[in-house]
Every structure is written in structure tokens, then in C-alpha cells.
Write a protein that binds this ligand. Structure first.
Ligand SMILES: Nc1ncnc2c1ncn2[C@@H]1O[C@H](COP(=O)(O)OP(=O)(O)OP(=O)(O)O)[C@@H](O)[C@H]1O
Ligand SMILES: [Mg+2]
Length: 260
């Protein structure tokens, strides 16, 4: 499935946040959305999963307006992992990952649900935590549980809002390698909001850089992560280097006032 945002504008209480945002993510692609705090990244994701209704513009899933889609079909198609998953009830890891199967569970949890959930937990290395209450896990462990829940859902399109913000470098690489694999081998579509520009560059087909609610730059990582863009969007000086592993940006120092 592909997902396309056409000229979306969104305001909170008539305070404009997103201004005329358009982007298309083709099936099997990984697109990372980057940009400063408050730029509108999470707001954009919420518009894409219909948690927020844009005042103008439209979001299409395979050409169909999401505003007209039946909720159950939408829930099956989209796997969304929000930025803040702290406000959760004290269920266990197993119960939480199993909730990813909810769009597929009609009467009760079946063998297939347990098979998928076990496979995902093994894959992400959290199977040993299955019986632990969620509220006793570390920040990074909890974050992996929510990634696992989205994987267990097996949606056509994944939307992750900063899925690696609490993870150590090893686990960051693992989660992004998983994301890449979902796209490449299973032809899932992935949109991921992330602050780590180098992770984004290494694992994404396209980068979208938001500045104050508008797309400032979009394209291949090397086209987006330039010294000029780092200055214009983040108001920092940065060095850009090419290595045999790809394009890297090294933040050097802040310049003047923070960019919004
Ligand atoms: N529920 C809300 N009501 C009013 N304003 C909001 C609400 N949620 C977010 N905002 C404002 O909208 C703007 C964009 O917020 P958003 O969460 O989309 O930013 P972000 O790019 O995801 O930032 P971050 O990198 O910090 O997560 C911010 O100025 C924020 O204060
Ligand atoms: Mg955010």
C-alpha cells in the first residue's frame, strides 16, 4: 500500500502548525521525517493515521481518502507507534504485544495470534520479558515492546514516532535494520520520525525535513543533510562527511537563537 498526503494544513485552536504539507510514500519504501522540536512531525503522523483531522488537504491510502475509510479497515492497514507511550496501564509485555493482534482477533486469541506474537518477541529479543508488567521495564525495553506490538499487527503501513529515542546504539541499529527489512523483504511501507539524522540517512530511501510546519527539503539523504540545511533548519553548524558506509552529518555547535 502507498500513503499520500496532499496539501495538508492543520491548526490547533486556530494556531497553524502544518502548512500545505504534501508527501507520498510508495509501497516498500522507508521515509524518515526529521526536523527540530515542535516542527510538526508528530502532528503530521497523527493526521496520517486519522487521529487528527486536517482543516485542509487530504490523506490517501492507495488513492482512497482515509476520512471515508471504515475504522476497522484503517486499523488493520496502519500500525502506529506514538511518541509517548508512557500513559499505559499495568499489563504484561505479552498482553501488550498481543494487543497488536486486536484488529485480527474477533472472538478470542487464537494459536495464530500466539504464534505471531511469540515470533515477534523472539525477533526483538524481548521474549524473556513476556510475563513482566510493563510499568517495571526500563525505558528502552518498553519502547521495544511497542515496536513489537506494531510488528505483531502486521499492517501494510507502519508509522513510528521516534521508536529509538530510548534505545542504546545496538538496539537502535536493530530496530532500524528491522524497519528496513520490513520494507525490502515484505514490501511494507514505513514512515518514521527520528531525531538521529545518521540513522535516518543510513536506513531510509528518502528523508523529509520539516521546518515550522512546512517541508523544507526532501530527497535522498545526501541531498537533505547538507551543511546549509543544518544551518537553515536547526541553526547549527555541521560537518558533512562521506564514508564507505554512507553520508554522515556531524553537529558542531549552535548558532545564535534556536530555529523553530
Ligand atoms: N494538543 C495540542 N494542543 C495545542 N498545541 C499542540 C498540541 N500538540 C502539539 N502542539 C503544538 O504543535 C507544535 C508541533 O508539535 P509536534 O508534537 O507535532 O512537534 P514535533 O515536531 O513532533 O516535535 P518533537 O520533536 O519535540 O516531538 C508544537 O508547537 C506544539 O507545542
Ligand atoms: Mg514529536
Amino acid at each position: 500500500m502507498n500513503i499520500a498526503v496532499h496539501n495538508v494544513c492543520f491548526s490547533y485552536n486556530s494556531h497553524p502548525i502544518l502548512q500545505d504539507v504534501s508527501l507520498t510514500v510508495q509501497q516498500g519504501q522507508v521515509v524518515s521525517i526529521v526536523g527540530p522540536n515542535g516542527a510538526g512531525k508528530s502532528t503530521l503522523l497523527k493526521c496520517m493515521v486519522r487521529l487528527l483531522k486536517p482543516q485542509a488537504g487530504i490523506v490517501h491510502l492507495d488513492g482512497e481518502d482515509i476520512a471515508r475509510k471504515n475504522s476497522r479497515k484503517l486499523a488493520k492497514a496502519l500500525g502506529y507507534v506514538p511518541q509517548n507511550t508512557n500513559d499505559v496501564f499495568s499489563s504484561t509485555v505479552l498482553e501488550t504485544v498481543l494487543m497488536g493482534r486486536k484488529p485480527h482477533v474477533i472472538w478470542e486469541v487464537g494459536d495464530e495470534d500466539f504464534r505471531v506474537v511469540t515470533q515477534v518477541m523472539n525477533f526483538l529479543g524481548i521474549a524473556h520479558l513476556a510475563e513482566r508488567p510493563l510499568n517495571q521495564l526500563s525505558g528502552g525495553q518498553k519502547q521495544k515492546v511497542f515496536v513489537a506490538r506494531a510488528l505483531a499487527q502486521q499492517p501494510a503501513i507502519f508509522l513510528f514516532d521516534e521508536p529509538t529515542s530510548n534505545l542504546d546504539v545496538r538496539h537502535q541499529l536493530e530496530v532500524f535494520a528491522t524497519i528496513k527489512q520490513l520494507a525490502e523483504t515484505e514490501q511494507r511501507t514505513v514512515i518514521v520520525v527520528v531525531h538521529d539524522l545518521n540513522l535516518a540517512a543510513r536506513f531510509s530511501d528518502t528523508l523529509v525535513m520539516l521546518k515550522q510546519g512546512s517541508i523544507y527539503a526532501a530527497g535522498k539523504p545526501e541531498q537533505v543533510l547538507t551543511e546549509d540545511n543544518m544551518r537553515e533548519v536547526y541553526n547549527i553548524s555541521a560537518a558533512v562527511i562521506e564514508t564507505k558506509h554512507g553520508h554522515y552529518v556531524i553537529p558542531i555547535e549552535p548558532l545564535g537563537e534556536p530555529a523553530g
